[in-house]
Ligand binder design. Structure first.
Ligand SMILES: C[S@@+](CC[C@H](N)C(=O)[O-])C[C@H]1O[C@@H](n2cnc3c(N)ncnc32)[C@H](O)[C@@H]1O
Length: 292
């Protein structure tokens, strides 16, 4: 039985989707995982293609965005980035993979001079519309983080919310070198990623469910122990249609970040846990801050 069949059957009984208790949705997700077990493709490629990025970061990504990161959460995250990067009024700052601008626009509201780069024209349009609504100016640029148009320009740059590691090691390191080149001497780079030590403590696959109205997003994470990549199989059930997308990303440990960042031109590297707290074995996030 395929996921599409399951949801076709389930959606005939729409009361299945009217539960307000997220646990029920998780049970549904686990049931799907069991049924899908044999169909799931655990062979993780060592890079993500442009077409995979496009289908993953689609309109569905925006639709569930505010459910997963409520506006208050995005406000708080912008505050943490502001502090960790020691931003000031007028600081020139670059967000790589800025998505629909939920962080970039908030930093602009706080007074930074923000540029945001993304590979998706659709997400950049949303970011610009949101900036206009908030009455802020952000320089949104369509481009690939593996090749940046700036040199020695920014005080700070950041990749927030698992926006690093999509490519093979050579291209991931290229992103770091490009980020370093875009920064002035003394500039800071921040990368926020899941903490792989914590990730690996949980039995793989792990399942997360987000619900908006009668629509559901199910994420099934699995780890590939040979390549140190995590694979995310995403199932979207929206307006009676089922779509599947997939993304994988490399999970680097802190010592690997230190090696890569030093070789990219940074002098010192610090580690923080989620929201800028202490980094420990069971921190859910690893936030790396490097100084050029
Ligand atoms: C997980 S989202 C994070 C968005 C944003 N940082 C946030 O916190 O909401 C990753 C973003 O990176 C963008 N992206 C992926 N590959 C990229 C690339 N090679 N160059 C530029 N942007 C890229 C995607 O389009 C997406 O908007």
């Amino acid at each position: 039985m395929t996921v599409a069949n399951i949801f076709n059957n389930v959606s005939k009984h729409s009361q299945m989707f009217s539960f307000n208790i997220p646990l029920h949705m998780e049970h549904l997700a686990y049931a799907i995982m069991e049924l899908e077990g044999n169909n799931m493709n655990y062979v993780v490629s060592n890079t993500v293609s442009l077409s995979e990025l496009e289908s993953y970061f689609s309109e569905d990504y925006v639709y569930f965005g505010d459910v997963v990161n409520m506006p208050e959460t995005s406000d708080r995250q912008a505050g943490i980035i502001w502090e960790l990067l020691s931003l000031r009024q007028g600081s020139p700052v670059l967000e790589l993979g800025c998505g629909y601008g939920r962080i970039a626009n908030r930093l602009a509201e706080r007074g930074a001079r923000v540029a945001g780069l993304d590979i998706s024209p659709m997400l950049l349009k949303k970011a610009e519309a949101d900036a206009a609504e908030r009455g802020v100016n952000v320089e949104y640029v369509l481009g690939d983080m593996r090749s940046l148009p700036w040199r020695d320009r920014f005080d700070a740059a950041f990749l927030w919310y698992t926006t690093f590691g999509y490519f093979d090691d050579a291209d991931n390191e290229r992103v770091l070198r490009e980020a370093a080149s875009s920064l002035r001497k003394g500039g800071r780079l921040l990368i926020d990623h899941p903490n792989r030590l914590d990730f690996l403590r949980h039995k793989s696959p792990i399942c997360y469910v987000a619900q908006r109205n009668d629509d559901v997003r199910i994420d099934i994470f699995s780890n590939d122990v040979l390549s140190d990549r995590s694979n995310l199989d995403r199932i979207i059930v929206r307006d009676g249609c089922v779509r599947r997308t997939n993304l994988s990303f490399r999970q680097y440990g802190f010592s690997e970040y230190v090696r890569m960042l030093r070789s990219a031109g940074f002098e010192t590297v610090e580690a923080y846990g989620q929201e800028g707290g202490a980094f420990t074995y069971d921190s859910s996030r690893l936030v790396v801050v490097a100084y050029k």
